[in-house]
Design a protein around this ligand. Sequence first.
Ligand code: HEM
Length: 204
Amino acid sequence: MLWIKSGLFSVILIGVYWGYLFIQGSENVGRNLNIATAGVGIILICLSLVLSGITYFFDFADRFIVYRKYFGVWGFFTSLFHGLYTLQRMGAQRATSYILSAPPVFLYAVAALLVLLMLTIISNTTAARMLGNVWWRRLLRLGYVALLLGTLHFGLLRIDRWKTYLDSGFDGLPPSSLILALLVFATFGLRILLELALRIAKKT
Ligand code: HEM
């Protein structure tokens, strides 16, 4: 049931993201769907990571902690779909020059996918038992590394759009990727706050 609920939630998010791109004036249905799927991948990874912090600071959110794993795994599948779909649409020649391009946006994307794949494989109780609780929890923190790699990937691809938007004095709706970057920033910020709160609680 949790798989279905989180999957439906992901589909709704993709719809909202797609609508945002449409309102911005981008009318290419297939391309928008691909970009929306990529963006939702990042959102789901962020949601999966912020849930520990949110449930620590706000008791009302405790019931959502069960979704941590599901958001992370759907985040992997949506990012994977985006990556494969993009390569398939590019065709061999464009894909090769994209893969070899500098800065290595493709390498960051593949590295993010590999970390997410590893996290998906260990996101079950059998893996937790085999690895031991301490190592299992440590490995799960690599979700932040995947998020950083994914952010390098789309940040380098989109930084010119961010500059144009900021130089225009915030003219019109912000690029979707800029909103994603703020979400990523908030995710890391919350992690730092959680770490500080845990250390203070340990000392007292
Ligand atoms: C083989 C893997 C991948 C390839 C070839 C790839 C390629 C691309 C390309 C070409 C774009 C620009 C699309 C366009 O403008 O139409 C893009 C955007 C994006 N990609 Fe990837 N990508 C891959 C994996 C990933 C992964 C793993 C993530 C997340 C963890 C990700 C997140 C994003 C995001 C967030 C955007 C921008 C969305 C926006 O502008 O709103 N990609 N990617």
